[in-house]
Write a protein that binds this ligand. Structure first.
Ligand SMILES: Cc1cc2nc3c(=O)[nH]c(=O)nc-3n(C[C@H](O)[C@H](O)[C@H](O)COP(=O)(O)O)c2cc1C
Length: 391
């Protein structure tokens, strides 16, 4: 039998590409327009360097921390992703892997599994919502998540409904009916391992968003939920303050790039914010979060927990983000590649790769605790940083 273990996230991605139907893989690649932001998210980390020590380094290294009142065995959180059809166990497998490795699970309201099923296997589940539907609907979804055991609420604010990718968007059907099966058959039949994994469960991916169901109604399709979101008037800061108040517990605003926005997030009393450009899937040309992070951390880091997501593929990326001011990072595609490559074990494998990389970078830098990391530990090229919204 082939060895299922992989040594890097890049290898997990290669296996995901080999295993997934083209459309499903394309949905995970995502990105928008010209792909400027997705590219910058990755290449910006390559431009940062380390200045390692060679002797006198610490024999022990501590990387645990807390975010939104949750314990993290390492400074990594599962970022919410609303994707379908990657693996039959979907977000439940991801949540189990995260629980086994001692980190919180971010669950998208557009996910393919219910918050009840996910929170049942990870008692550190953070539920993510968009500003979608009227206040009564938002409240009902939030209360459902709370009743299921979600420990925190994450509202994602960066989305501009951009469409069109220069490399082409995958065709994703509204639902899997006969017409869709016939159209997708040529690409799906080329991926027997993926097909078999679903066939074994006796179910085909239904492309629905169970957490977006209205009480007593059946789950809408992914596109049905997306349509509801598109029709919703955009939120004001007062709306977000209302949401935070309704929730009452640990609250994160995800998608901040600018210092002035970060200050408003502090003003509304949030627990955490994520410096993020939605993995480059939003307004193309938004700089990589790692470039915007230091200005945000300098401005509000003592008043709110600052997290970064976008472009994390190795433990050394995590260490760079921490040194530049993040308390922890969230990961998206990295765990999706692991899930596609080898289910729950693949997600655990990705988390182990990151842990090993964090440990190795800390060793090289002579750090015994992640709290010792500072900006001086990083080689930052001139013109690297972007202080947005400071004037
Ligand atoms: C396929 C895909 C779906 C996503 N869906 C959501 C979502 O439903 N809600 C959300 O807040 N962010 C979503 N994101 C953004 C991620 O939470 C995260 O910000 C991003 O993936 C981080 O970049 P990375 O993939 O380079 O780690 C999605 C990202 C991807 C790649």
């Amino acid at each position: 039998m082939a060895n299922d273990w992989f040594e890097t996230v890049a290898e997990a991605q290669r296996r995901a590409k080999a295993r997934l139907p083209k459309s499903v893989y394309g949905a995970l690649i995502a990105g928008s327009e010209k792909g400027l932001s997705t590219n910058d998210n990755l290449t910006s980390f390559d431009q940062l360097g380390f200045a390692p020590h060679v002797a006198g380094n610490s024999n022990t290294r501590e990387m645990s921390t807390t975010i939104m009142g949750q314990s993290l065995s390492m400074p990594v959180i599962i970022s919410p992703t609303g994707v379908q059809a990657v693996h039959p166990q979907g977000e439940v497998a991801i949540a189990r892997a995260a629980a086994n490795r001692g980190i919180p699970m971010g669950l998208s309201s557009f996910a393919s599994k219910s918050v009840e099923d996910v929170a049942a296997v990870n008692d550190s589940t953070l539920f993510q919502m968009y500003w979608c539907g009227d206040r009564a609907t938002l409240e009902q979804r939030m209360e459902r998540a709370r009743a299921a055991g979600a420990k925190g609420l994450n509202v994602t604010l960066d989305w501009s409904f951009s469409n069109g990718r220069d490399w082409g968007s995958p065709w994703i059907p509204e639902k899997i009916d006969l017409k869709a099966i016939i159209k997708l058959a040529p690409e799906v039949l080329q991926k027997p391992a993926w097909l078999l994994s679903f066939a074994k469960t006796g179910r085909i991916p239904d492309l629905s968003a169970p957490n977006m169901a209205k009480p007593g109604e059946k789950a809408p399709t992914f596109f049905g939920a997306y349509y509801e979101w598109m029709q919703t008037p955009l939120p004001t800061w007062e709306d977000i303050a209302w949401l935070r108040e309704q929730w009452g517990g640990p609250f994160m605003v995800k998608g901040v790039s600018r210092v002035d926005d970060a200050k408003r997030v502090v003003d509304l009393g949030a627990t955490a914010l994520s410096v993020s450009n939605h993995g480059g899937n939003n307004l193309d040309g938004t700089p990589a979060p790692i470039r915007a992070l230091p200005a945000v951390a300098d401005a509000v880091g003592s008043q709110i927990e600052v997290v970064l997501d976008g472009g994390i593929r190795r433990g050394s990326d995590v260490v760079k983000a921490l040194a530049l001011g993040a308390r922890a990072v969230m990961i998206g595609r990295a765990y999706l590649w692991g899930l596609a490559a080898n289910g729950q074990a693949g997600v655990e494998n990705v988390l182990d790769v990151l842990r090993g990389g964090i440990d190795s970078a800390m060793l090289g830098m002579g750090k015994s605790n992640i709290s010792e990391l500072t900006r001086d530990d990083i080689v930052i090229p001139p013109d690297f940083l972007r202080a947005l919204g400071t004037k």
